[in-house]
Design a binder for this molecule. Structure first.
Ligand SMILES: NC(=O)c1ccc[n+]([C@@H]2O[C@H](COP(=O)([O-])OP(=O)(O)OC[C@H]3O[C@@H](n4cnc5c(N)ncnc54)[C@H](OP(=O)(O)O)[C@@H]3O)[C@@H](O)[C@H]2O)c1
Length: 508
């Protein structure tokens, strides 16, 4: 689909601006987005804002010139009668808002939307919250049979969760990829209930101090004054540089204007700095010393994610003995359990951020207190109990969300010995249930030939030293974090901008 590029539609404005907002507020927010220049609107039956959106479009005589995406859940397809009357035409793109319980149901719902496209009630067909490439491929093939191709996919994506495989599929098949959740969707958001799923989905990049520091270094001229960039603008710029169309919103008049212009930023140094933050973990400082301990090294290597490593560094600085003991208890061989532990740390951070807490200070302080209590307890039984509760907390199912409100109380409960886990302890954590993001369940099997791309395979390690993509050498063996999630070992067969590699046994 080339229409977005041809019409210069670089960003979509999200109209999920709050079901409880008065109509006049919704109109103000959508109106200021249109006045700022947004001509691509992301709407859905679920958002309850479509009538207000249509009224604002009519007021400004922009109903014909604005590209409307309209999302419908599989069980809402029968409710479309009359919905588009206030617009006076069909939407430009009809999108299935989420997958149904079974592929068959999803295909049926998609077929009904395809019927509407074929009969001229919409021009394009799209899918949202697609879970895996296999699922996407199946649905694209079904859409071909309906004689209406899938033109767009809208999934959750941010620098913390880059949805690499689905984006690659879209690129290779001419499907436009739109990303929501770019600024980080708080847990208990409108579309996704409780925040179950991969914890990195719920980190708020707008609150990342590393990104805040980058934003502070960037200034823009705004009429007669210089102003500092915001983290949100950096994220929108990052997305555009990846060929992603962001779907975001702001309720602030000024921000909306700045956000729309962010796609056109020219800040290559900042972009490179962001790539470094999110793609290339480095073994230095505290980490280099800590990782001499085998269980701690295994803890770091269980999730080769630069943000996870940065958070581990922060926690090790204030609670080294406790965290080391927890990693030792899990054992260096239990990669899955250790990864679950790291994910729980990320989950805790996401919970603090969703509570609008000064999260980094709180994180350090809570772990410092836990560590102090662990080291200072003279009573052996009390010490053991504290340790066991900590272990229980860190080993709980990291994919199960919903602890947002209680998050800050948990460490205090552990110190008082009152903590009761609300999810059963698992050794491994659980996969997200059919949401747009989940762990890549199986790494590619031994013998698979891979074509490597820098954007898809972020971290190459030789022993414990990271190796830049450009420095990969032929015949050498590297550990790589496949799709940012699964550790595999590869042997490089050819080098160049898209080297080939074969997956080999780690001990080969
Ligand atoms: N397909 C799906 O299932 C799905 C799910 C969720 C959302 N969506 C779509 O995506 C849209 C966006 O929702 P989202 O959940 O992804 O939220 P988002 O756009 O990532 O985040 C919105 C939040 O970011 C803040 N923000 C905006 N610009 C900023 C900036 N420059 N710096 C710092 N903060 C900034 C806004 O605050 P202020 O208002 O204070 O500026 C707002 O609270 C929705 O409206 C909806 O259309 C789709």
């Amino acid at each position: 689909m080339t229409e977005f590029a041809e019409r210069g539609l670089t960003q979509a404005f999200g109209t999920d601006v709050g079901l409880n907002r008065p109509d006049v507020e919704t109109r103000r927010i959508v109106g200021q987005a249109l006045d700022a220049g947004y001509r691509l609107l992301d709407c859905a039956l679920l958002y309850g804002s479509f009538r207000s959106v249509c009224a604002v479009l009519k007021e400004r005589d922009l109903d014909e010139d604005t590209f409307i995406i309209f999302k419908v859940k599989p069980d809402e397809v029968s409710e479309l009668k009359g919905v588009f009357r206030p617009l006076g035409r069909g939407p430009d793109l009809l999108m299935l808002h989420e997958m149904a319980a079974t592929t068959r149901q999803t295909v049926n719902a998609m077929g009904e939307l395809a019927d509407r496209v074929r009969s001229g009630n919409a021009r394009y067909l799209g899918l949202s919250n697609v879970t895996t490439v296999e699922e996407l491929q199946t649905l694209c093939e079904a859409a071909q049979r309906f004689r209406v191709p899938v033109s767009c996919v809208q999934n959750r994506c941010s620098p913390y969760y880059q949805d690499t495989e689905i984006r690659r599929y879209c690129r290779e098949h001419g499907i436009v990829y739109l990303a929501y959740g770019l600024m980080g969707s708080r847990q208990q958001g409108a579309c996704h209930g409780e925040g179950h799923g991969l914890p990195t989905l719920y980190l708020l990049p707008t609150q990342d101090p590393r990104l805040e520091a980058l934003a502070r270094r960037l200034q823009f001229q705004d009429e007669d004054r210089l102003r500092q960039a915001s983290t949100g603008e950096l994220l929108l710029y990052w997305a555009s540089a990846q060929g992603i169309i962001p779907v975001a919103f702001s309720t602030h008049n000024e921000r909306v204007r700045y956000n729309l212009n962010a796609s056109q930023l020219s800040a290559v140094t900042t972009l490179r700095a962001m790539e470094l933050l999110f793609s290339e973990p480095r073994m230095d400082g505290v980490r280099a010393t800590l990782t001499r301990n085998p269980p701690v090294r295994a803890l770091y290597l269980s999730l080769r994610d630069p943000t996870a490593w940065w958070l581990l560094d922060e926690v090790f600085r204030v609670a080294g003995p406790l965290l080391t003991a927890l990693a030792e208890r899990a054992g260096p061989g239990s990669t899955v359990a250790l990864r679950n532990m790291v994910y729980n740390l990320i989950r805790f951070v996401g919970d603090l951020q969703s509570n609008d807490m000064p999260w980094l200070d709180t994180l350090r302080e809570e772990f410092r207190q836990l560590d102090t209590a662990y080291r200072a307890t003279a009573d052996a039984d009390a010490k053991r109990r504290l340790f066991e509760l900590c272990y229980e907390w860190m080993m709980k199912d990291s994919m199960a969300g919903g602890g947002v409100k209680e998050a800050p109380e948990r460490p205090a409960e552990i110190r008082r010995g009152e903590y009761v886990p609300d999810h059963p302890v698992t050794a491994s954590g659980r996969l997200a249930n059919g949401r747009s993001a989940r762990l890549v369940e199986k790494p590619p099997p031994v013998g698979t030939l891979l074509t490597l791309k820098e954007s898809d395979h972020s971290t190459f390690m030789k022993g414990y030293d990271p190796v830049l993509f450009a420095n990969l050498a032929q015949h050498q063996v590297y550990d790589v974090n496949y799709c940012g999630q699964q550790p595999i070992t590869v042997r490089i067969l050819t080098t160049g901008s898209r080297p080939t590699a074969r997956v080999i046994e780690p001990e080969e």
